[in-house]
Design a protein around this ligand. Structure first.
Ligand SMILES: NC(=O)c1ccc[n+]([C@@H]2O[C@H](COP(=O)([O-])OP(=O)(O)OC[C@H]3O[C@@H](n4cnc5c(N)ncnc54)[C@H](O)[C@@H]3O)[C@@H](O)[C@H]2O)c1
Length: 272
């Protein structure tokens, strides 16, 4: 059911790689809720082509941008404002990548060049997107920026390796920039800490993703939150209903982050 929560709003949605991507679901919901927006991803992801189907469904222009390159981000804001006919009301940062995870390097054997790449792509890119927006005055007053994060920023998940630091940094940037952008332009910045979700980035995490997914599902009183659930939550954060929410890391995980042990997990252990 649509509520018209984003009627008249203009946005930028990054990170839709395929129909499993959280950003893909956010785009479909944003369209349903009345927004117009552009879609962006790294030029290399464009070649995979799936984003074109989404763009058609959402009547959205695709603007390639490597989120680590400031000139690309400038171009993204300029072209988005041209295409949408004005300044931006919401931005989704749905970007994460760790070469160390891709190449199976454990935490005690990280490659430091790749570590820097993980931080640049997955965390610093949020600062670049915010600083560039503020410099260009590309985001409207009371605009909303949301980045997706994960609980490993607070609690150790051994196979999340350098992405744990990337997510801590991402959340810290959201807090710090949320202060400055809030003061300057009433723009709010939040992170949403999402359950494990079956996407390309999610299932790329080592440790047997399906087992991990089942475990967190059994631990969470409400079960894991799906990508669709996440999209619903993100839409509320883009809407005017959450105008005073900023600088927060918001857990969207069916209660997992506050649960120490569940009956289902106890039963699982007893059955072994
Ligand atoms: N899937 C999960 O379990 C889970 C849980 C919590 C948080 N998250 C976060 O959600 C976000 C979206 O991930 P997803 O699960 O939808 O997976 P996904 O693989 O569909 O999305 C990740 C996106 O990042 C993009 N990207 C990588 N490098 C880039 C660059 N240099 N410039 C621009 N874009 C780049 C990829 O092309 C891809 O579209 C990520 O930040 C991820 O860490 C995912």
């Amino acid at each position: 059911m649509a509520y018209g929560l984003l009627n008249g709003k203009r946005g930028i949605i990054t990170g839709a790689l395929d129909d499993k991507s959280i950003a893909w679901k956010v785009a479909l919901k944003a369209k349903e809720e009345g927004a117009t927006f552009t879609l962006s991803n790294a030029p290399i992801a464009m070649r995979m082509g799936a984003i074109r189907d989404l763009a058609e469904q959402c009547e959205a222009e695709i603007i390639p941008a490597d989120a680590t390159v400031v000139e690309d981000i400038e171009n993204l804001y300029n072209k988005s404002m041209d295409a949408l006919g004005g300044k931006i009301d919401f931005v989704l940062h749905s970007i994460g990548m760790s070469p160390n995870i891709r190449k199976g390097r454990p935490y005690h054997d990280l490659n430091y060049d790749w570590y820097m790449k993980s931080l640049d792509v997955s965390a610093l890119s949020l600062h670049k997107m915010l600083q560039t927006a503020q410099r260009m005055d590309a985001i409207n007053e009371w605009g909303s920026v949301v980045a997706l994060t994960y609980l490993a920023a607070q609690r150790t998940v051994p196979f999340y390796t350098d992405m744990a630091e990337a997510k801590s940094m991402l959340e810290s940037i959201a807090r710090s920039y949320g202060y400055h952008y809030g003061k300057a332009k009433n723009v709010r910045v939040n992170t949403v800490s999402q359950s494990p979700t079956m996407t390309t980035a999610g299932s790329g995490i080592g440790g047997g993703f399906q087992n991990f997914y089942d475990f967190t599902d059994k631990m969470s009183p409400l079960g894991n939150a799906s990508a669709e659930d996440c999209a619903d939550y993100v839409i509320t954060l883009f809407s005017d209903l959450t105008r005073k929410v900023t600088m927060q890391n918001l857990f969207h995980d069916g209660g997992y982050s506050m649960t120490a042990i569940s009956e289902e997990v106890m039963q699982m252990l007893q059955q072994q």
